[in-house]
Design a protein around this ligand. Structure first.
Ligand SMILES: C[S@@+](CC[C@H](N)C(=O)[O-])C[C@H]1O[C@@H](n2cnc3c(N)ncnc32)[C@H](O)[C@@H]1O
Length: 302
């Protein structure tokens, strides 16, 4: 998916790489690309923006893009490669711009590891992925019997401050590692455009992820009541997520001393996958609720 709110930042990032680095081959990595209909939306937008950028410059040498699509090894890369045929049809240029060459490869590895050689990437992009942690906080995993987050699968009103601390520390550790690795791989002057789920304010109990996974925990509790799921399974299960606030993200970036934050913005989306307007106004609640449920069914095989 590519959020409308992040497009100006992507355009800006590509323009800056293009103007300041003046490279003929731009290396771009999409981190957490997935394998659904949204995967190639980013690639197609990237090709459009770069083609336009290149054609603004008189006598621009033909530009080439080297695009790496990254996800965990379990991702269905075969389906991604099969759908490339549609991309080639869909991106033939309609404005008379000189088409650019692009080469697409898969990169099946966790982005909490080094992915590519030192100083080889011009632009990293990631959408809707970086709220995934590398693992459930170790203390919660190790103390499955102590039921530290009983009846919950993420931070809820009932979670103790210790549980919150575990999730927050996992985010700090993962995000610091992520920045260090990407810093090694980026060329000097390269850019990153990262969009992920976070919280509106500092109240760690009050984010969209808390609401979403609170509802999911309630559904699981009702399956336990019906005798369809064992309560021990829910009691010992936690999800590897954390939705940080803007100040938490800024803090880690500043602490790393590796990146300058050009721009950071919070934008709200509603949960209806077919409505990408900002804010949480719902025009047709029945339609939106059924869209949201079908999204959950696809993602979680419910
Ligand atoms: C919600 S999907 C987002 C897909 C796509 N970027 C989009 O915007 O529609 C999140 C993706 O991140 C991937 N992901 C989660 N943790 C990852 C990691 N450590 N390394 C690589 N990919 C990861 C998941 O496998 C999943 O495909």
């Amino acid at each position: 998916m590519i959020f409308r709110g992040s497009i100006p930042m992507l355009e800006n990032g590509i323009r800056k790489v293009f103007e300041t680095l003046g490279v003929k081959t731009m290396t771009i990595v999409d981190l957490g690309c997935s394998s659904g209909p949204n995967t190639l939306l980013f690639v197609s937008k990237l090709i459009d923006i770069t083609t336009e950028q290149c054609n603004k410059v008189v006598e621009c040498d033909p530009m080439e893009l080297l695009i790496f699509l990254n996800d965990l090894p379990g991702n269905d890369f075969n389906q991604v490669f099969r759908s490339l045929e549609n991309l080639e049809k869909g991106t033939s240029d309609q404005k008379g711009n000189t088409p650019l060459f692009y080469h697409i490869s898969g990169l099946p590895k966790s982005y909490y590891n080094r992915l590519l050689p030192r100083e080889s990437v011009h632009l990293f992009h990631s959408s809707s992925s970086l709220h995934w942690r590398s693992q459930v906080p170790e203390v919660l995993e190790a103390s499955r019997d102590a039921l530290l987050n009983k009846d919950n699968i993420y931070i809820s009103e009932a979670s103790t401050s210790f549980v919150v601390k575990c999730f927050r520390e996992q985010f700090n550790k993962d995000f610091s590692t992520f920045l260090k690795l990407r810093h090694e791989e980026l060329v000097y002057g390269g850019k990153m455009v990262l969009t992920f789920c976070g919280r509106k304010d500092e109240n760690v109990y009050n984010g969209d992820l808390n609401k979403l996974f609170g509802l999911l925990a309630m559904s699981l509790q009702s399956l336990i009541t019906k005798g369809l799921v064992e309560s021990e399974k829910l009691d010992s299960f936690n999800l590897p997520f954390y939705g940080p606030s803007i100040s938490e993200v800024k803090y880690i970036v500043m602490q790393s001393h590796m990146f300058e934050l050009d721009h950071i913005k919070l934008f709200e989306i509603n949960w209806d996958p077919y409505d990408d307007t900002e804010g949480d106004d719902v025009h047709d609640s029945v339609c939106s609720a059924s869209m949201f449920l079908s999204l959950l069914e696809q993602r979680w095989n419910l």
